[in-house]
Design a protein around this ligand. Structure first.
Ligand code: SAM
Length: 247
Protein backbone atom coordinates (compact mmCIF):
# COMPACT_ATOMS: atom_id res chain seq x y z
CA UNK A 1 0.00 0.00 0.00
CA UNK A 2 1.34 3.48 -0.83
CA UNK A 3 1.64 6.43 1.55
CA UNK A 4 -1.86 7.79 0.87
CA UNK A 5 -4.40 7.72 3.70
CA UNK A 6 -6.45 4.62 2.94
CA UNK A 7 -9.87 3.61 4.23
CA UNK A 8 -11.18 0.07 4.05
CA UNK A 9 -14.89 -0.44 4.70
CA UNK A 10 -16.32 -3.78 5.76
CA UNK A 11 -19.99 -3.76 4.88
CA UNK A 12 -22.89 -5.80 3.52
CA UNK A 13 -23.70 -2.86 1.21
CA UNK A 14 -20.52 -1.86 -0.67
CA UNK A 15 -22.64 0.05 -3.20
CA UNK A 16 -23.28 2.71 -0.53
CA UNK A 17 -19.68 4.00 -0.95
CA UNK A 18 -18.43 6.61 -1.65
CA UNK A 19 -22.09 7.73 -1.89
CA UNK A 20 -22.54 11.31 -0.64
CA UNK A 21 -18.77 11.75 -0.22
CA UNK A 22 -18.55 12.04 -4.00
CA UNK A 23 -20.32 15.38 -3.73
CA UNK A 24 -17.94 17.11 -1.34
CA UNK A 25 -14.33 18.17 -0.88
CA UNK A 26 -13.67 14.56 0.11
CA UNK A 27 -14.95 13.37 -3.28
CA UNK A 28 -12.74 15.83 -5.13
CA UNK A 29 -9.76 14.71 -3.04
CA UNK A 30 -10.61 11.06 -3.77
CA UNK A 31 -10.48 11.75 -7.52
CA UNK A 32 -7.14 13.50 -6.98
CA UNK A 33 -5.82 10.42 -5.12
CA UNK A 34 -5.23 12.39 -1.92
CA UNK A 35 -6.85 9.42 -0.18
CA UNK A 36 -8.28 6.10 -1.26
CA UNK A 37 -11.27 3.96 -0.41
CA UNK A 38 -11.86 0.27 -0.73
CA UNK A 39 -14.97 -1.70 0.21
CA UNK A 40 -14.95 -5.29 1.34
CA UNK A 41 -18.21 -7.21 1.15
CA UNK A 42 -18.59 -9.12 4.42
CA UNK A 43 -20.72 -11.66 2.55
CA UNK A 44 -17.65 -12.77 0.55
CA UNK A 45 -16.40 -14.37 3.78
CA UNK A 46 -19.50 -16.51 4.35
CA UNK A 47 -18.70 -20.18 3.84
CA UNK A 48 -22.00 -22.03 3.38
CA UNK A 49 -23.93 -22.41 0.14
CA UNK A 50 -26.47 -19.76 1.23
CA UNK A 51 -23.70 -17.25 2.02
CA UNK A 52 -25.06 -16.79 5.54
CA UNK A 53 -23.56 -13.89 7.49
CA UNK A 54 -25.95 -13.74 10.46
CA UNK A 55 -27.80 -15.91 12.93
CA UNK A 56 -30.39 -15.60 15.68
CA UNK A 57 -29.59 -13.83 18.98
CA UNK A 58 -28.24 -16.13 21.68
CA UNK A 59 -30.66 -15.98 24.62
CA UNK A 60 -33.61 -15.15 22.36
CA UNK A 61 -35.07 -11.85 21.25
CA UNK A 62 -35.86 -10.23 17.96
CA UNK A 63 -33.39 -9.76 15.13
CA UNK A 64 -30.20 -11.30 13.87
CA UNK A 65 -26.52 -10.89 14.76
CA UNK A 66 -23.53 -10.87 12.40
CA UNK A 67 -21.51 -14.04 12.93
CA UNK A 68 -18.13 -13.81 14.69
CA UNK A 69 -16.28 -16.17 12.36
CA UNK A 70 -17.42 -14.39 9.17
CA UNK A 71 -16.57 -10.92 10.53
CA UNK A 72 -13.22 -12.22 11.86
CA UNK A 73 -12.22 -13.46 8.39
CA UNK A 74 -13.27 -10.17 6.79
CA UNK A 75 -11.26 -8.15 9.35
CA UNK A 76 -8.19 -10.38 8.88
CA UNK A 77 -8.40 -9.92 5.11
CA UNK A 78 -8.67 -6.13 5.52
CA UNK A 79 -5.73 -6.00 7.94
CA UNK A 80 -3.48 -8.08 5.69
CA UNK A 81 -3.64 -5.34 3.10
CA UNK A 82 -1.86 -2.86 5.35
CA UNK A 83 1.28 -5.09 5.67
CA UNK A 84 3.51 -3.44 8.31
CA UNK A 85 1.31 -0.37 8.78
CA UNK A 86 -0.92 0.40 11.72
CA UNK A 87 -4.41 1.42 10.57
CA UNK A 88 -7.07 2.37 13.10
CA UNK A 89 -9.52 -0.51 13.38
CA UNK A 90 -12.95 0.83 14.20
CA UNK A 91 -16.34 -0.73 14.82
CA UNK A 92 -19.13 1.83 14.36
CA UNK A 93 -21.65 1.19 17.10
CA UNK A 94 -24.07 3.22 19.26
CA UNK A 95 -22.26 1.66 22.24
CA UNK A 96 -18.97 3.27 21.25
CA UNK A 97 -17.14 6.41 22.32
CA UNK A 98 -19.12 9.45 21.09
CA UNK A 99 -17.23 10.92 18.11
CA UNK A 100 -15.73 14.36 18.74
CA UNK A 101 -13.28 16.49 16.80
CA UNK A 102 -10.27 15.73 19.09
CA UNK A 103 -10.76 12.00 18.36
CA UNK A 104 -10.77 12.75 14.62
CA UNK A 105 -7.43 14.56 15.07
CA UNK A 106 -5.92 11.76 17.13
CA UNK A 107 -7.01 9.11 14.60
CA UNK A 108 -5.25 11.03 11.84
CA UNK A 109 -2.11 11.60 13.93
CA UNK A 110 -1.79 8.10 15.37
CA UNK A 111 -2.85 6.20 12.25
CA UNK A 112 -1.53 8.02 9.17
CA UNK A 113 -1.92 4.83 7.12
CA UNK A 114 -5.70 5.07 7.41
CA UNK A 115 -8.53 3.09 8.94
CA UNK A 116 -10.54 -0.08 8.69
CA UNK A 117 -14.21 0.58 9.40
CA UNK A 118 -16.54 -2.26 10.35
CA UNK A 119 -20.22 -1.51 9.66
CA UNK A 120 -22.72 -3.55 11.63
CA UNK A 121 -26.28 -4.38 10.58
CA UNK A 122 -29.31 -6.00 12.22
CA UNK A 123 -28.76 -6.24 16.00
CA UNK A 124 -25.03 -5.72 15.54
CA UNK A 125 -21.98 -8.01 15.61
CA UNK A 126 -21.29 -11.02 17.86
CA UNK A 127 -19.46 -9.38 20.76
CA UNK A 128 -16.76 -12.05 20.90
CA UNK A 129 -15.15 -10.91 17.65
CA UNK A 130 -15.20 -7.29 18.84
CA UNK A 131 -13.57 -8.34 22.12
CA UNK A 132 -10.90 -10.38 20.30
CA UNK A 133 -9.96 -7.51 17.98
CA UNK A 134 -9.99 -5.02 20.85
CA UNK A 135 -7.63 -7.18 22.90
CA UNK A 136 -5.32 -8.22 20.07
CA UNK A 137 -5.35 -5.27 17.67
CA UNK A 138 -6.65 -2.31 19.66
CA UNK A 139 -10.02 -2.08 17.90
CA UNK A 140 -11.89 1.07 18.94
CA UNK A 141 -15.68 1.35 19.14
CA UNK A 142 -17.06 4.69 17.95
CA UNK A 143 -20.60 6.09 17.97
CA UNK A 144 -21.69 9.08 15.89
CA UNK A 145 -24.45 10.00 18.34
CA UNK A 146 -27.06 8.83 20.77
CA UNK A 147 -29.56 7.45 18.29
CA UNK A 148 -29.92 4.18 16.39
CA UNK A 149 -29.15 3.96 12.68
CA UNK A 150 -30.07 0.92 10.58
CA UNK A 151 -26.45 0.19 9.79
CA UNK A 152 -22.90 1.42 10.31
CA UNK A 153 -22.49 2.72 6.74
CA UNK A 154 -23.79 6.25 7.33
CA UNK A 155 -21.66 6.43 10.47
CA UNK A 156 -18.61 5.30 8.47
CA UNK A 157 -19.27 7.96 5.81
CA UNK A 158 -19.55 10.58 8.56
CA UNK A 159 -16.29 9.56 10.17
CA UNK A 160 -14.46 9.39 6.83
CA UNK A 161 -15.66 12.86 5.84
CA UNK A 162 -14.41 14.30 9.14
CA UNK A 163 -11.03 12.54 8.73
CA UNK A 164 -10.43 13.41 5.08
CA UNK A 165 -11.03 17.13 5.72
CA UNK A 166 -7.90 17.10 7.89
CA UNK A 167 -5.63 15.69 5.17
CA UNK A 168 -3.22 18.28 3.74
CA UNK A 169 -4.59 20.05 0.68
CA UNK A 170 -8.19 18.84 1.00
CA UNK A 171 -9.66 22.00 2.52
CA UNK A 172 -8.17 24.89 0.60
CA UNK A 173 -7.55 27.43 3.32
CA UNK A 174 -5.93 26.04 6.47
CA UNK A 175 -7.46 29.07 8.19
CA UNK A 176 -11.01 27.84 7.53
CA UNK A 177 -10.20 24.55 9.29
CA UNK A 178 -8.75 26.33 12.28
CA UNK A 179 -11.77 28.57 12.86
CA UNK A 180 -14.40 25.85 12.53
CA UNK A 181 -16.64 24.79 15.40
CA UNK A 182 -14.85 22.62 18.00
CA UNK A 183 -11.33 23.48 16.80
CA UNK A 184 -10.85 26.15 19.47
CA UNK A 185 -13.09 24.36 21.98
CA UNK A 186 -15.89 26.72 20.94
CA UNK A 187 -18.71 26.68 18.38
CA UNK A 188 -18.08 28.89 15.39
CA UNK A 189 -19.17 32.56 15.26
CA UNK A 190 -22.06 33.42 12.86
CA UNK A 191 -21.20 33.73 9.16
CA UNK A 192 -22.73 36.16 6.61
CA UNK A 193 -22.34 36.99 2.95
CA UNK A 194 -23.70 39.57 0.50
CA UNK A 195 -26.08 41.41 0.22
CA UNK A 196 -25.44 43.62 3.23
CA UNK A 197 -29.19 43.90 3.91
CA UNK A 198 -31.55 40.95 3.34
CA UNK A 199 -35.25 41.11 4.29
CA UNK A 200 -34.41 43.93 6.69
CA UNK A 201 -31.68 41.92 8.41
CA UNK A 202 -28.26 43.56 8.36
CA UNK A 203 -24.74 42.08 8.35
CA UNK A 204 -23.09 43.30 11.60
CA UNK A 205 -21.36 46.64 10.94
CA UNK A 206 -18.03 45.51 12.38
CA UNK A 207 -17.62 42.85 9.65
CA UNK A 208 -17.63 45.59 7.01
CA UNK A 209 -15.14 47.80 8.86
CA UNK A 210 -12.01 46.22 7.40
CA UNK A 211 -10.46 46.31 10.90
CA UNK A 212 -9.18 42.74 11.18
CA UNK A 213 -8.22 43.01 14.85
CA UNK A 214 -11.68 44.21 15.86
CA UNK A 215 -13.32 41.59 13.65
CA UNK A 216 -11.28 38.84 15.34
CA UNK A 217 -12.32 40.09 18.79
CA UNK A 218 -16.00 40.28 17.73
CA UNK A 219 -15.90 36.76 16.29
CA UNK A 220 -14.28 35.37 19.42
CA UNK A 221 -16.89 37.06 21.64
CA UNK A 222 -19.69 35.67 19.46
CA UNK A 223 -18.18 32.18 19.57
CA UNK A 224 -18.07 32.37 23.37
CA UNK A 225 -21.65 33.67 23.59
CA UNK A 226 -23.09 30.98 21.28
CA UNK A 227 -21.18 28.19 23.01
CA UNK A 228 -22.35 29.38 26.43
CA UNK A 229 -25.98 29.56 25.24
CA UNK A 230 -26.14 26.35 23.23
CA UNK A 231 -23.63 23.92 24.69
CA UNK A 232 -23.13 24.22 28.44
CA UNK A 233 -20.96 21.06 28.32
CA UNK A 234 -18.48 22.58 25.85
CA UNK A 235 -18.59 25.92 27.66
CA UNK A 236 -17.66 24.32 30.97
CA UNK A 237 -14.81 22.38 29.34
CA UNK A 238 -13.58 25.62 27.74
CA UNK A 239 -13.70 27.46 31.08
CA UNK A 240 -11.83 24.63 32.77
CA UNK A 241 -8.95 25.04 30.32
CA UNK A 242 -8.60 28.76 31.06
CA UNK A 243 -6.23 30.08 33.71
CA UNK A 244 -8.06 30.18 37.07
CA UNK A 245 -8.27 34.02 37.25
CA UNK A 246 -9.96 34.23 33.79
CA UNK A 247 -12.84 31.83 34.48
N1 SAM B 1 -28.83 -3.40 18.70
C1 SAM B 1 -27.89 -2.35 18.62
C2 SAM B 1 -27.94 -1.49 19.88
O1 SAM B 1 -29.01 -1.33 20.45
O2 SAM B 1 -26.88 -0.94 20.29
C3 SAM B 1 -28.16 -1.45 17.42
C4 SAM B 1 -27.89 -2.11 16.13
S1 SAM B 1 -28.10 -1.02 14.76
C5 SAM B 1 -29.76 -1.31 14.31
C6 SAM B 1 -27.19 -1.81 13.49
C7 SAM B 1 -25.80 -1.26 13.25
O3 SAM B 1 -25.88 0.11 12.91
C8 SAM B 1 -24.85 -1.31 14.43
O4 SAM B 1 -24.23 -2.57 14.55
C9 SAM B 1 -23.86 -0.22 14.09
O5 SAM B 1 -22.85 -0.70 13.22
C10 SAM B 1 -24.71 0.78 13.33
N2 SAM B 1 -25.12 1.94 14.15
C11 SAM B 1 -26.37 2.23 14.57
N3 SAM B 1 -26.40 3.37 15.26
C12 SAM B 1 -25.14 3.85 15.29
C13 SAM B 1 -24.54 5.00 15.88
N4 SAM B 1 -25.24 5.87 16.57
N5 SAM B 1 -23.20 5.18 15.70
C14 SAM B 1 -22.47 4.29 15.00
N6 SAM B 1 -23.01 3.17 14.43
C15 SAM B 1 -24.31 2.95 14.57
Amino acid sequence: MDKTWHSTILTLFPEMFPGPLEHSLAGKALKENKWSLQTIDIRDFAYDKHQTVDDTCAGGGAGMVLKADVVDKALTHACNQYVSENPAIIYLTPRGEPLRQPRVHSLMQDHPAGCILLCGRYEGVDDRVIEKWREEKGLIEISIGDYILSGGEIAALTLMDACVRLLPGVVNKQESLESESFELDLLEFPQYTKPQIWQGKVVPEILLSGDHKKIAVWRHDQAEKITQERRPDLWQAYLNKRPFDQR
